[in-house]
Design a protein around this ligand. Structure first.
Ligand code: H79
Length: 457
């Protein structure tokens, strides 16, 4: 070949190679059809029950700093006690959770009957639980632990068939481009109207690449769960852009509504309008009724805090928690139930006990919770209903003294039995057109919730 031909060939191959690296055209996922969304969210809809994990440096003070105990939630201690960034940073060298065992956490979730886990990759304090390239304020570089917590959890989840998702705070009390500019040494949330002029740079050069790391280095991520979207720096336009950016990286990703600005306070559902986000996020509360056509997930704490507080002993009973799950399923939502591990890496024992009890109940009665549709009729005063195929499940919380259960507006039932009864002994009932009157055994087989199966042919 003469030199001219070689040069021409080199130029042609260079052109071809550069063609290969052209980015794919971006798809606008904000225009997705209802059917597409339904298919994408099918696993999440059926899953019903997930574990929320709030874990970070705030587990070190555990709600108490310099002799002062905070009243509010543990992960907000930096803000509540006005701890300057430089002082807060001193928690990092003290964070060495040598008892952390990802397999054990996943097994606790699995035995509780949970189908997915959402963990704080970065909470409001900006501290990152993974090996991120974009800040040293992370587990590998700022702590003696030097283990990628998210990677270990991702591997454990994959082994057990549990879906993993990441919580990510948009508000960041540590990143200089996201700080409240009028008081940089504190950098915290005080209903500010003031915006940081560098915030758009934080979104483009920090948030987006970090989110890409989370979506590409940790296996099959099911959900991104945003929070801290209420700061005035963050706009709806940014939110819609982020939503599309993420779905273009991972088309089947599910993203909560806090990616945009539509959320109405702690009630968690969007205001009227065209907002990005796949599901509403009621926080520390359960909607009063179902909301046909809307997807939502209540996130609840077992005591009063999300991040570990050593003196919060205000635990809900396992009965309350099981009934909360049933209530949520009967209204068409999911339950994301929180644990706040200690700075040693231990899920507190009261949480483990309650999860175990929930798992035992679900082991027997799971068919009446997973994959169900919401109640077809108004909530009865004795409990809740869920539906699956040709079965209605009546969850009885308050067992009638005379053994007679009145099921208003339920008709056309052909068989009834107690779900936990392996022999499926038939219960007798009368159908009077306006409802069913069911004769129950004298005593409740399960005082937490006994499930009666009402089957149609
Ligand atoms: O991560 C946990 C908490 O740290 C976090 N969300 C859960 C999942 C949380 N962030 N804030 N709060 C809890 C309470 C703060 C609420 C307020 Fe607001 C922020 C009051 C005013 C601004 C939210 C947005 C309610 C009204 C506007």
């Amino acid at each position: 070949m003469n030199p001219k031909t070689i040069i021409t060939l080199v130029i042609i191959s260079l052109l071809l190679m550069s063609g290969c690296s052209h980015p794919r055209p971006q798809v606008n996922y904000l225009n997705e059809s209802e059917e597409e969304k339904k298919a994408r969210m099918a696993w999440w809809d059926d899953a019903k029950f997930g574990m929320f994990i709030h874990w970070g440096l705030y587990a070190v003070p555990a709600g108490e700093y310099k002799g002062e105990k905070i009243e509010g939630i543990g992960e907000w201690i930096m803000n509540s006690l006005r701890i300057p960034i430089s002082e807060y940073e001193e928690f990092a060298p003290q964070f060495n959770p040598v008892k952390f065992d990802a397999d054990e956490w996943v097994s606790i979730a699995k035995q509780a009957g949970m189908n997915y886990i959402i963990i704080t990759s970065k909470h409001h304090d900006g501290f990152c639980l993974w090996d991120t390239e974009y800040t040293d304020w992370n587990i590998m570089e700022a702590t003696p632990f030097r283990r990628d917590i998210l990677k270990e959890l991702a591997d454990a989840c994959e082994k057990e068939g549990i879906k993993l998702g990441f919580y990510y705070s948009i508000m960041d009390w540590h990143h200089p481009d996201a700080q409240a500019i009028f008081e940089p040494e504190y950098n915290q949330w005080r209903d500010s109207e003031n915006v940081n002029p560098n915030f758009p740079r934080y979104v483009d050069e920090f948030m987006k690449p970090q989110l890409k790391e989370l979506l590409t280095g940790y296996g099959d991520i099911g959900v991104l769960w945003f929070d801290g979207e209420w700061i005035p720096d963050y706009t709806s336009e940014m939110g819609r852009d982020i939503y599309n950016y993420l779905r273009n990286i991972k088309p089947d990703l599910i993203i909560n509504n806090r990616v945009d600005k539509g959320r109405q306070g702690m009630e968690g559902m969007d205001a009227e309008g065209d907002f990005a986000g796949d599901f509403g996020t009621p926080e520390k509360q359960i909607p009063a009724t179902g909301m046909p056509g809307l997807k939502w997930e209540s996130c609840l704490t077992m005591n009063d805090t999300w991040g570990y507080k050593h003196f919060d002993h205000n635990w809900k009973s396992s009965t309350t928690l099981i009934r909360n799950l049933i209530d949520i399923a009967s209204k068409g939502g999911n339950l994301l139930l929180n644990v706040g591990p200690t700075a040693e890496g231990i899920i507190p024992e009261p949480s483990v006990e309650r999860l175990k009890t929930m798992g035992e109940w679900l082991n027997v009665n799971g068919e009446s919770v997973y994959g169900v549709d919401p109640s077809p009729v108004d909530r009865p005063d004795w409990g809740r209903y869920t539906v699956r195929d040709n079965r209605i499940f009546a969850h009885v919380f308050d067992w009638p003294a005379d053994g007679k259960l009145s099921l208003q507006d339920i008709n056309g039932i052909d068989r009834a039995w107690v779900l936990s009864d392996p022999g499926r002994s038939s219960l007798t009932f009368e159908d009077n057109g306006a409802g069913v009157s069911l004769q129950l055994p004298a005593n409740a087989p399960d005082t937490v919730a006994t499930v009666i199966v009402l089957e149609k042919n």
